[in-house]
Write a protein that binds this ligand. Structure first.
Ligand SMILES: Nc1ncnc2c1ncn2[C@@H]1O[C@H](COP(=O)(O)OP(=O)(O)OP(=O)(O)O)[C@@H](O)[C@H]1O
Length: 264
């Protein structure tokens, strides 16, 4: 494995925001040992009152190290199951490391398909609760509310913001999540595939907003299978396969090699 440190295009002072030091992450799946996974075998285990077969470990991240700097937008690429989302969740502090450490300067916020909005509540209530949860005051929420709804485009084709989130398409939900999170400046903003779900106009707005967020403060990480989004948003890209870092460098070089299947 070759690791190359990229020179960030935007940062001048090179102030580190995230240091990932030889990180290993292991998931433990309970009841998934050597037993068969069929419904019949599960039922027979229940009937015989035997405990499920052990714990299976999935070593999802294996010794990854890199440093991110203020003002950088960094893409994370790699095939399905390579460990990108796991890495992002660990930076957000949502997963413990088995070995190694993650040090962040500032508060990381994870924005992705799993961001917690409440399906039974209307879009409007979710905007308000989401903003309060990010630490805005009620007055700030009131001031930013319309801007967030306009940015999301949820109301472009009618009054959808007053409907429960469960009635939204997955794209609409993702757009609202992004719009809420993007209303605040973040020290470290972690985006998991959010851009892939919006339509063309929304994607353009998101890219502009990410640029502003980068300029105003922090570091942006973007996990995506859409290499064009990565090219447009990130000047640096980290390629991960099977939990290991394959390449870390300028986006054009890393994405180019990834597309050609050329491992260094
Ligand atoms: N909650 C979990 N419990 C057990 N194993 C998990 C869990 N989440 C992910 N994994 C495993 O960890 C590995 C990395 O998964 P991860 O979701 O980080 O990959 P990814 O690169 O984001 O994939 P994709 O591009 O498909 O979204 C995979 O082998 C996956 O099966």
């Amino acid at each position: 494995m070759i690791k190359r440190d990229a020179v960030p295009a935007v940062s001048v002072a090179r102030e580190p925001t995230v240091v990932v030091d030889d990180v290993h992450i292991v998931y433990r799946v309970h009841g998934a040992g050597s037993g068969k996974g069929s419904a019949t075998s599960a039922m027979s285990r229940i009937l015989s009152r035997k405990r499920g077969a052990g714990v299976r470990e999935v070593h999802a991240v294996k010794g990854i190290s890199f440093t991110a700097y203020k003002g950088e937008a960094i893409g994370l690429i790699g095939s399905n199951g390579s460990g990108k989302s796991t890495m992002l969740a660990a930076i957000a502090g949502l997963l413990p490391t088995e070995k190694g450490g993650i040090y962040t300067n500032g508060q990381p916020s994870l924005l992705g398909v799993n961001a917690a909005l409440m399906n039974e509540l209307t879009g409007e209530r979710n905007v308000i609760l989401g903003c309060l949860a990010m630490g805005m005051t009620p007055a700030q929420v009131k001031e930013r509310y319309q801007e967030i709804v306009d940015f999301s485009g949820i109301n472009d084709k009618g009054d959808f913001i007053s409907l429960p989130m469960r009635t939204y398409s997955s794209g609409m939900g993702a757009r609202l999540r992004f719009s809420i999170a993007a209303a605040k400046t973040h020290d470290v903003l972690l985006i998991d595939e959010a851009l892939a779900t919006g339509d063309q106009a929304f994607q353009q707005r998101s890219k502009r907003r990410i640029d502003e967020l980068r300029g105003s403060a922090g570091t942006v990480f973007l996990v995506s299978h859409d290499n064009n989004s990565i090219r447009e948003v990130c000047e640096r890209t980290i390629w991960i396969e099977a939990g290991e870092l394959v390449m870390d460098g300028p986006t054009d070089e890393v994405v180019g090699r990834y597309e050609r299947g050329e491992r260094p």
